[in-house]
Design a protein around this ligand. Structure first.
Ligand code: FAM
Length: 435
């Protein structure tokens, strides 16, 4: 751990010096103009944040520290006999900014294994909730209960030098990431498997252990988890979960408080909850049509019905992307390799052929193409994970890697409190009248 911290600190000091010079020379340069529409419409397209871990291109999709998803699948270390990347390697890449060796990846795995013990009061807090509670609510309650363990909060209360904020954040972030699979699996077994819990296997990789504790032992499911945890980890800084984690962290709230806040945002249906909405929508369509193998015509009719009732087609559209999400494509490739004849997976592919032209014909939707959530549920159902209310918890476990790596960088670079300006419509009217 100390060597990892030293390597990180050297990178962060070099980056901080570079940013200082950059701002000294170019600090007054304009990065863009803001229109009144942007102020009212969710600040789309306004550049106002720095997130070092990944960058989203509207046409090409996400790149993590410069690497696309297919490149990560090729270059990141794999589990023994596996072919999907280990997300521990992606975490190293996002944190250090360089591709990890196998040894680097194993080091992260072993740090996470050693820190994975979850204190009993966290399970008590989850158990105190009614069984009908949504899994994302249980998850955030579990994370909040774990906040008792925050090194940052404790050291801050004792009087922490601001130069050391990053160090305590580093400790908290790794401990939190290590414990999330156990919390997620505990919620799954409590809610859906009669509280028959499965103990962690200290020899497994981070995602493999999550799959094991949930009760899925098919090695292909372990592979799916490794891919899933890699592709959902980060999507630059402006999305609701990343931005919220960063915003709350800017008040020097610790990793637990900041991450829990971000995950409350992930639990919204326009963001991470869309993966449960997609499968729910497909199941409802199957029930209405009376077939688990709908034709393209039947799908098109159902899409029109959804739109007519004033609802969105879940899994389609994006605030930034303007092409098919490469995270969708990666999952489609996984489906072609492991389950090409699965009816539900094939339905997802038929929806992919049917929905974009319909959405395009409406003229108002900026991106008619599928996003990450359009595909994930069908792969999970294939292995028997049909409890779709749980899906966003998996997304949340993965998202921890990106938002917490970013939070460590925020503290290392000394980023300040975030506080943009807001206006009232009255103030806007007065400004327009020149008053
Ligand atoms: N179905 C129906 N209408 C849609 C739509 C969809 N899939 N996507 C966008 N629209 C509508 C949108 O509601 C808006 O309508 P109004 O003008 O009547 O309010 C109009 O098209 C223009 O929206 P936009 O500019 O194209 O998209 P936004 O940037 O405002 O919103 C999304 C982006 C993702 C919130 C939106 O596309 C959506 O609601 N999609 C369905 C939910 C979903 O899949 N979310 C997951 C996003 C995912 F990537 C993630 O965060 N995990």
């Amino acid at each position: 751990m100390d060597i990892l911290k030293e390597r990180f600190k050297a990178k962060a000091d070099a980056a901080a010096a570079e940013i200082k010079d950059l701002l000294k020379e170019h600090g007054n340069k304009k990065v863009g103009e803001v229109t009144l529409s942007q102020v009212y419409q969710g600040m789309r397209g306004i550049t106002g944040l720095v997130t070092e871990t990944s960058l989203l291109d509207a046409q090409e999709g996400i790149r993590f520290r410069g690497y696309s998803i297919p490149e990560l699948q090729e270059k990141l270390p794999k589990a023994k006999d596996g072919s999907e990347p280990l997300p521990e390697g992606l975490f190293f890449l996002m944190l250090l900014g360089e591709l990890p060796s196998e040894e680097d990846t194993n080091k992260i795995t072993s740090i996470l294994q050693r820190r994975s013990h979850v204190p009993a009061h966290v399970f008590d807090a989850i158990d105190a909730l009614p069984i009908t509670t949504h899994p994302m609510t249980m998850y955030v309650v579990g994370v909040m209960a774990l906040q008792t363990e925050s090194v940052f909060a404790k050291k801050y209360a004792e009087g922490l030098n601001k130069k050391d904020y990053w160090d305590a954040t580093f400790d908290d972030a790794l401990t939190l990431i290590a414990r999330l699979p156990r919390i997620a699996a505990y919620i799954y077994r409590r809610k859906y498997k009669n509280s028959e819990h499965i103990q962690p296997n200290g020899l497994l990789d981070w995602s493999g252990n999550l799959a094991h504790m949930m009760g899925f032992n098919d090695e292909r499911f372990h592979e799916l988890m490794r891919l899933y945890m890699t592709i959902h980890a980060d999507h630059e800084g402006g999305n609701v979960s990343a931005h919220t984690t960063h915003l709350v962290g800017s008040a020097l709230s610790d990793s637990y408080l900041s991450y829990a806040a971000g995950m409350n945002g992930l639990a919204g249906p326009l963001h991470g909850l869309a993966n449960q909405e997609v499968i729910k929508w497909i199941f409802e369509m199957q029930a209405e049509i009376g077939s688990d193998d709908p034709t393209p015509e039947q799908i098109a009719d159902y899409v029109q019905q959804t739109l007519k009732s004033g609802k969105v087609v879940p899994g389609y559209g994006h605030a930034v992307l303007r092409k098919t999400d490469p995270r969708f494509t990666a999952q489609m490739e996984f489906g072609k390799k492991h389950m090409p004849d699965d009816k539900l997976v094939k339905t997802v592919w038929k929806i992919y052929e049917t929905v974009p032209p319909i959405l395009q014909s409406l003229g108002k939707i900026k991106n008619p193409w599928p996003n990450v959530d359009a595909h994930s549920g069908a792969l999970l159902v294939h292995f028997g994970l049909k409890e779709y209310e749980f899906y966003t918890v998996l997304f949340a476990v993965s998202r921890a890697l990106g938002v917490l790596a970013s939070l460590i960088w925020d503290r290392a670079l000394g980023f300040p409190l975030e506080r943009p300006k807001s206006v009232t419509t009255n103030a806007v009217k007065m400004w327009l009248e020149g008053k």
